[in-house]
Design a protein around this ligand. Sequence first.
Ligand SMILES: [Zn+2]
Length: 183
Amino acid sequence: MTPRAFYEPPGAISTSPSVVLHLRPGGSCSALVAIKAQPMQTPEEMKARNAAYYQAHKDEKAAYNAAYREAHKDEIAAWREAHKDERAAWQKANPDKCRDIAARRRALKRGATVEPVSRAVVFDRDAGRCHLCGKKVNPKHWHLDHIVPLSQGGEHSYKNVAVSHPRCNDSKGSKIRGQLRLY
Ligand SMILES: [Zn+2]
């Protein structure tokens, strides 16, 4: 019998040989008839594959999520109401995480490529210094600055964010479109 179709799992992630199934004309599977070696994916490759999948399907996913929220809005509102005290307590206890979430949401809204970014990690990495003037910032009041602005296609990612003073960040806005970045 001539096999007329085969199935391979997209992006198999183990080193075990992937199985190639031949389908009978009726559609049922025959016994295993072939094996094929599949290289193991590194965590970076898996991450890249997931990111590519997300980019390719983000509109679909957003539509699905919006439809879900619409269909379940009463339950969602009831759940939020029932848990509002816990929520407020968590927000009070985790102000930096709240800012991380808000920054990520803003970046997503702008259609930026987004990775989870923690302000606490950026603060430590930059040793609490403003990348624009080099001076220390107030640990409780600083801006997570996008080096290439989201509005100009910058990513919300560790390599494109840095600690800044609110004032330095605000004054950058007008300069960046002018001459500041020419030198
Ligand atoms: Zn500064």
